[in-house]
Design a protein around this ligand. Structure first.
Ligand SMILES: O=P(O)(O)OC[C@H]1O[C@H](O)[C@H](O)[C@@H](O)[C@@H]1O
Length: 292
């Protein structure tokens, strides 16, 4: 579920190192607690695997060339999601995922790591983003923090556009959405209510209005997806018409469950204020799994 060439670089890493892959600079950690790969382009977590498990995140076998971004891992959509462009802009999902980011700090402890990143060049006249990544044997958490350094309130949207690695996208369940209202992008953003839990059986592109925890089940693993600062969960799969950088077969092994702020819940950030958008992924504990 990650390309062989990336797998080989991780296997050759003892501890921590920075390497080139696909023309991008990657920070690779291979430690007792597990593996983590962060790409400098987009401050994108490309890979996370706690010891004893398989990868939680999917990466395309055939990434787009630069200046494109790599499909997979946890791309940052910032400071807007999809086509919620501010006036004069046209880049789908915003400039952050293609931009160069600096790794400001890597704090390693026996139990895990905390990584801080910020863009090399300003991505917005007033909004300033930074990213904090926490990884350990038990969880992966990504925080996207935005500060308004300007003098007027600014409207923003965004997403942690996570590509989860799954056994088969069309045999997945995403629980925690039952009863939630959603906009269906494939039906001109018509609004519906989710009847029962979501079973993914084909292409879908939906924005659910919810701040609740979701659980992604693929028959082999149950991952709990908790969030902060988000009232939208986007569930997306392109079916048998994936984007050009991904084959139909390869696309079957991801499902996007995105922690987002969208047209349903845009953030109006006052001057001097910060917004935290966070996704916290962990295995469903035994108690929760049995419904206790
Ligand atoms: O191909 P990308 O620009 O990465 O966008 C991939 C997808 O992102 C989101 O999930 C949107 O809801 C989809 O409509 C879009 O197709």
């Amino acid at each position: 579920m990650i390309p062989e060439s990336l797998r080989a670089l991780i296997a050759d890493t003892a501890g921590q190192r920075t390497v080139e892959w696909q023309g991008r600079s990657l920070l690779i950690l291979n430690q007792e607690w597990g593996e983590l790969v962060v790409c400098h382009q987009g401050a994108q977590v490309l890979h996370y695997q706690p010891t004893g498990d398989s990868p939680w995140l999917w990466v395309t076998e055939t990434p787009a060339a630069l200046p494109g971004s790599i499909r997979g891992g946890i791309p940052l959509c910032w400071p807007w999601f999809a086509d919620e462009f501010p006036e004069g802009e046209s880049e789908l999902h915003g400039p952050a995922r293609k931009a160069d980011w600096r790794i400001d700090a890597v704090d390693e402890e026996e139990e895990g790591v905390e990584i801080h990143a910020s863009p090399v060049s300003a991505l917005h006249a007033a909004l300033s983003p930074r990213v904090v990544i926490f990884a350990s044997r038990r969880f992966l958490k990504v925080e996207l923090i935005t500060e308004n350094r300007g003098e007027a309130p600014i409207k923003m949207t965004g997403a942690l556009h996570t590509y989860f690695a799954v056994a088969n996208a069309f045999e997945c369940r995403v629980t925690g959405l039952a009863g939630a209202s959603y906009l269906d992008k494939s039906q001109d953003f018509s609004r519906f209510d989710q009847q029962g839990e979501l079973g993914v059986r084909g292409p879908l592109d939906r924005i659910y209005q919810t701040s609740q925890v979701q659980v992604l089940e693929d028959g082999k693993r149950q991952l709990r997806i908790a969030k902060q600062g988000s009232d939208s969960t986007v569930v997306w799969h392109p079916g048998d018409a994936p984007p050009a950088d991904t084959s139909v077969e390869n696309a079957r092994s991801f499902l996007c469950v995105e922690t987002a702020c969208t047209r349903l819940d845009p953030v109006w950030l006052p001057p001097g204020a910060q917004h935290l958008l966070a996704q916290h992924i962990s295995p469903l504990s035994g108690d929760e799994a049995s419904g206790e």
